[in-house]
Design a protein around this ligand. Structure first.
Ligand code: ZN
Length: 666
C-alpha cells in the first residue's frame, strides 16, 4: 500500500550565528508535526538545514581567521549537534554549499532567464566601501554607515532582476482561492495588503562579494539570497536529479518559519515557482517570537536562551513541552525561567507523573501488581473512557492544524480528569468491601489505561517520557512506534505486570530556584535573566557549563556589596587597536577612560579584528594591578564573555547605550 507523502520544512538557518531558542522553536515544532504524521502512517520527509552564503559570512569568516567554507562547516555542525540534543528526527539536512544545490540554483537561474523573468539592470544605493555593503536611505545613521559610522557613497552596481512585479495578480488570485495558503490568518491579511501595495522587481545577483553561487550566464555575478536560499526546498527532495522522489514529495505540505520571513515564502518563493511552472506549497505557516523575561532576546542584553543548556538541566522533554505548550503556535510568547519550571512541575511532574505513580502504587497494593480485569461499572466510571475518545479526536484535530498547545491541553484535560476521578472515587475505600472490590478493578483499569493512552498522544512532543510511562505500566515498546491508533481506549491487557520505577519527570525545587535567582539577580523582576548576566560578567577564559552554577554560589562564597565595590568597572572607548607582534591571541588597545588614556592588552585576537573594536565602547576593570603580556604593559582588563562548548564565541561586554568615557559600571 502506498503511504501518503507529507513534506514539512523549517527554513534553512543563516550561519552568521550559533543556534538559539528561535531556531530550536521552529525545529521542535516541525519535529513534533513530523512525528505525529509518521504516527498516523504518513510517509514523511522532514527537512532542515543551513543557509551558508553571502557577504556577512564571508566577512565574519575572515574576521575569525577562517576560510568561508571552514567557517560554515563549523557553524553548520553546531546546528547538527543541537538537533541531536533535542531529539530532532529530520530526514534531510540541506546546506546551500552542497554541490547538488549549487547545480540546482544555476539551473533555476537559467530557466528563469529563458522564461524572460530575469533581466539585467542596475542596483543603486548608499554604499559603504569598507563594509562592502549597500544601505537604503532609511537605514543610514546621521547620513553615515549604520555599521561602521563612516561616510557612504551613492553607487550603482550592475545586477540581475527577477520580474516579481509580474506576479502580484496571480499571487492574489492564488491566496483568494487557497485561503489556507498563509497561516495564521493575521499573516495572510498582512501579505495581501503588501502585495496589493504593488510589487517591485527583485535584485537576485550581486557583484560586490564572491562567497556565493556563480550566476551561470554572467561572470562576476553571484546569486543573491533569494534564489540561493529558497530553492533548497527543491534540491533536498531531488529536483532535477531524482524525479521519482521529487514527484512524491512536491509540493511541500507546509513550510514553517518565524513570522519575519513569511513574506519571502509567501510572495517571492511562490512567484519563483510560478515562473518555473511548479505547483506551490500547500501552506506557509509563520509562528511568533519569544521574548525573554519580557524583554527582546539579544546578545548585547546577555539574555539569549540556550536550549541545549535547558535540556541538560531539565531534560529534553521539558524543553520541548514548554515551548509547544506555553504559547499557542502562531502567537508571540515569553520565555521565563520560573514559568518554565512552574509549567514543567505542574503538568509533567505533578499531573502526569502523579497519575502514573498513583496507578502503579494502587495496582501493586490491591492487585498484586497486575492490571485488573474491569468489573462492575457505575455511572462515574464511564467518564474516563468517554473523555478519552473525545480527547483523541480533539488532540488529532489540533495537531493537524499545528495547534500544539491545544493538542497538549486536550491530553492534560484527560490526565487532570483522571486525578480528580481518583480523589472522587477513593479506590482505597473500595478495597475494604467485597462488592467494592469488583468495582475497584474497573477504577484501577481506567486510571492505568488513561496513562497508557496519554503517553501515545504526547509522543509527538515528548520523545523520552512516554516510553518510560509504558514501561512502568508493564508495556514494552514505544508508544510512538505503536502509532496513533494505539491511543484508542481498551488496549491495556488485564494481567499485565506493572513495574514501579523512579519518577519519569522529577519535580524541580521551584522555591529554591526562585531564591537562587533572587540571590543572583538582586530583584524578583530580574530573576530569570540573572544567571546569564552573571555568567557574561565573568572574565573570558573561564566559561563552561559550570558558569551558571557559579552564578549561585553557596553561602560561604557570597560576597558583600562592599567587596564588589572594590572593583572599579568603567566604560572606556577604544581609540586604537592592533595585534601584539609575535602573538596570535593578543590585541593591544588604547582606550579613553575619560580622565586618562590607557593601554590594555586583551586575549581576543582570535575573535576580533582590530577594526571591529575601534570606536566601540567597552567595560574595563580600571583598578587591576598592571601586568606585562608579551612585553606589553596592560593597565586594566577588558571584560568579555565566552560561550560554553565548541565553537567558542567570544563577545566583548559593551554598554547598551553610548556613555561618556569613564562612566562607572555598578
Ligand atoms: Zn561601513
Amino acid at each position: 500500500m502506498n503511504r501518503q507523502p507529507y513534506y514539512i520544512t523549517t527554513p534553512i538557518y543563516y550561519v552568521n550565528d550559533l543556534p538559539h531558542l528561535g531556531h530550536a522553536y521552529t525545529t521542535v515544532a516541525c519535529d513534533a508535526m513530523a512525528r505525529y504524521k509518521r504516527m498516523r502512517g504518513y510517509d514523511v520527509f522532514f527537512l532542515t538545514g543551513t543557509d551558508e552564503h553571502g557577504q556577512k559570512i564571508e566577512r565574519k569568516a575572515v574576521a575569525e581567521g577562517f576560510t568561508p567554507q571552514a567557517y560554515v562547516d563549523k557553524i553548520a555542525e553546531s546546528f547538527v549537534q543541537l538537533w541531536e540534543t533535542l531529539d530532532i528526527s529530520n530526514d534531510g539536512f540541506i546546506r546551500t554549499t552542497d554541490p547538488r544545490h549549487v547545480k540546482v540554483v544555476q539551473r533555476v537561474f537559467q530557466q528563469l532567464l529563458d522564461n524572460d523573468d530575469i533581466y539585467k539592470g542596475s542596483y543603486e544605493g548608499w554604499y559603504c566601501t569598507p563594509c562592502e555593503a549597500f544601505f537604503p536611505e532609511s537605514q543610514l545613521v546621521d547620513g553615515k554607515c549604520p555599521d561602521c559610522g563612516r561616510d557612504v557613497e551613492w553607487t550603482q552596481e550592475e545586477a540581475y532582476f527577477f520580474r516579481l512585479s509580474k506576479y502580484g495578480r496571480p499571487l492574489l488570485d492564488h491566496i483568494a482561492t487557497h485561503p489556507e495558503f498563509i497561516e495564521p490568518s493575521s499573516r495572510r491579511n498582512e501579505m495581501v495588503r503588501f502585495i496589493e501595495g504593488g510589487l517591485e522587481d527583485l535584485c537576485v545577483s550581486r557583484t560586490t562579494f564572491t562567497w556565493g553561487i556563480p550566476v551561470p550566464f554572467a561572470p562576476g555575478h553571484v546569486a543573491y539570497v533569494w534564489i540561493d536560499a529558497l530553492t533548497n526546498y527543491l534540491t533536498a527532495i531531488g529536483y532535477l536529479g531524482d524525479a521519482e522522489m521529487f514527484n512524491k514529495y512536491w509540493p511541500a505540505d507546509v513550510h514553517v518559519m518565524g513570522k519575519e520571513i513569511v513574506r519571502f515564502h509567501s510572495v517571492i518563493w511562490p512567484a519563483i515557482l510560478m515562473s518555473l511552472g511548479l505547483p506551490l506549497p500547500k501552506q506557509v505557516f509563520g509562528h511568533g517570537w519569544w521574548t525573554v523575561e519580557g524583554e527582546k532576546m539579544s546578545k548585547s542584553k546577555g539574555n539569549v536562551i540556550k536550549p541545549d543548556e535547558y535540556a541538560a538541566e531539565f531534560g529534553v522533554d521539558a524543553v520541548r513541552y514548554f515551548m509547544l505548550r506555553e504559547v499557542p503556535f502562531g502567537q508571540d510568547g515569553d520565555f521565563s525561567r520560573m514559568n518554565f519550571i512552574y509549567r514543567v512541575n505542574a503538568d509533567l511532574a505533578n499531573d502526569l507523573g502523579n497519575l502514573l505513580s498513583r496507578a502503579t502504587a494502587m495496582i501493586i497494593k490491591f492487585c498484586d501488581g497486575k492490571v485488573p480485569e474491569p468489573g462492575v461499572q457505575e455511572e462515574p466510571d464511564r467518564l474516563l473512557p468517554e473523555l478519552a475518545a473525545e480527547v483523541l479526536e480533539g488532540a488529532a484535530a489540533a495537531y493537524d492544524r499545528l495547534a500544539f498547545s491545544d493538542a497538549l491541553a486536550e491530553v492534560f484535560r484527560l490526565v487532570g480528569a483522571a486525578n480528580k476521578y481518583i480523589d472522587d472515587v477513593a479506590p482505597w475505600n473500595l478495597a475494604k468491601t467485597e462488592e467494592g472490590k469488583s468495582r475497584l478493578g474497573t477504577v484501577l483499569y481506567n486510571i492505568a489505561e488513561t496513562v497508557r493512552v496519554s503517553a501515545v498522544m504526547l509522543a509527538p512532543v515528548l520523545t523520552r517520557g512516554p516510553r518510560q510511562l509504558w514501561y512502568q505500566l508493564g508495556i514494552d515498546g514505544s508508544p510512538e512506534e505503536a502509532g496513533w491508533e494505539a491511543a484508542r481506549w481498551g488496549g491495556l491487557k488485564p494481567g499485565t505486570q506493572v513495574r514501579r520505577g523512579d519518577p519519569v519527570y522529577p519535580r524541580v525545587d521551584a522555591k529554591a530556584e526562585a531564591q537562587r535567582l533572587k540571590v543572583a539577580g538582586g530583584s524578583a523582576k530580574a530573576e530569570a535573566a540573572a544567571p546569564a548576566k552573571v555568567t557574561d560578567a565573568e572574565p573570558a577564559g573561564q566559561p563552561g557549563r559550570g558558569a551558571e552554577v557559579q552564578a549561585a554560589p553557596p553561602a560561604q562564597e557570597q560576597i558583600t556589596i562592599e567587596d564588589f565595590a572594590r572593583i572599579d568597572l568603567r566604560v572606556a572607548t577604544v581609540l586604537e587597536a592592533e595585534v601584539v607582534k609575535g602573538s596570535d591571541k593578543l590585541l593591544k588597545l588604547q582606550v579613553d577612560l575619560g580622565s586618562e588614556r590607557r593601554q590594555i592588552v586583551a586575549g581576543i585576537a582570535k575573535h576580533y579584528v582590530p577594526e571591529d573594536l575601534v570606536g566601540k565602547q567597552v567595560v574595563v576593570v580600571a583598578n587591576l594591578k598592571p601586568a606585562k603580556l608579551r612585553g606589553e604593559i596592560s593597565n586594566g582588563m577588558l571584560l568579555a564573555a565566552s560561550s560554553a562548548g565548541e565553537p567558542v564565541v567570544v563577545a566583548v561586554v559593551s554598554p547598551e547605550k553610548d556613555l561618556p568615557a569613564g562612566s562607572k559600571v555598578k
